[in-house]
Design a protein around this ligand. Structure first.
Ligand SMILES: [Ca+2]
Ligand SMILES: [Ca+2]
Length: 206
């Protein structure tokens, strides 16, 4: 997501304050953004989403631009569901900014909690192997054929096995939030590295 932050910072340099969304003070208190940053974000948001809400289709369009050689639609779908905490099919500016604040400026713990929620596709509080497989496959699909080093056919399955061995401490077949956070903090796991790798790819492409 850091390409968004770069964009925000570019904008900040040349922007003049235009918008004053309602509840700005409240949002400033609830997020890690300054009032000025929130104004820039709001302007960008209204530009991209004149209706005032962002939907799954917008996520898909944005990711398709960044990953033209792959199919980002499934990853965009899972990502959108993590933003859409109320599961209403659309996300308002406030919700969008709260998630961005966590992703860009949250503590490690907050980022991990958010990531856990992304991977917990059915939102039952556990990550099971199928969910992990779906997400990892979605990431591979998104990267397409230009992933380096060239990935073997069974790479997603192997990565999921590694993930589970490391994360499922009590071997009950599901990963809880506590297991997830504990694992990520004690070792820099594949998963966490993969997300960082992913950020690098985005930055290079931006
Ligand atoms: Ca689940
Ligand atoms: Ca477990």
């Amino acid at each position: 997501m850091s390409f968004l932050l770069d964009k925000i910072e570019d904008e900040l340099e040349m922007t003049t304050v235009c918008y004053r969304p309602e509840g700005l003070e409240q949002l400033e208190a609830q997020t890690n953004f300054t009032k000025r940053e929130l104004q820039v974000l709001y302007r960008g948001f209204k530009n991209e989403c004149p209706s005032g809400v962002v939907n799954e289709e917008t996520f898909k369009q944005i990711y398709a631009q960044f990953f033209p050689h792959g199919d980002a639609s499934m990853y965009a779908h899972y990502l959108f569901n993590a933003f859409d905490t109320a599961q209403t099919g659309s996300v308002k500016f406030e919700g969008f900014v709260m998630a961005l604040s966590t992703l860009l400026r949250g503590t490690v713990h907050e980022k991990l909690r958010w990531t856990f929620n992304l991977y917990d596709i059915n939102k039952d509080g556990y990550i099971n192997k199928e969910e992990m497989m779906d997400i990892v496959k979605a990431i591979y699909d998104m990267m397409g054929k230009y992933t380096y080093p060239v990935l073997k056919q069974d790479a997603p399955r192997l990565h999921v096995e590694v993930f589970f061995q490391k994360m499922d401490k009590n071997k009950d077949g599901v990963v809880t939030l506590d297991e997830f956070i504990e694992s990520c903090q004690e070792v820099r796991t594949f998963l966490f590295n993969f997300l960082e790798f992913f950020e690098c790819v985005i930055n290079m492409g931006a």
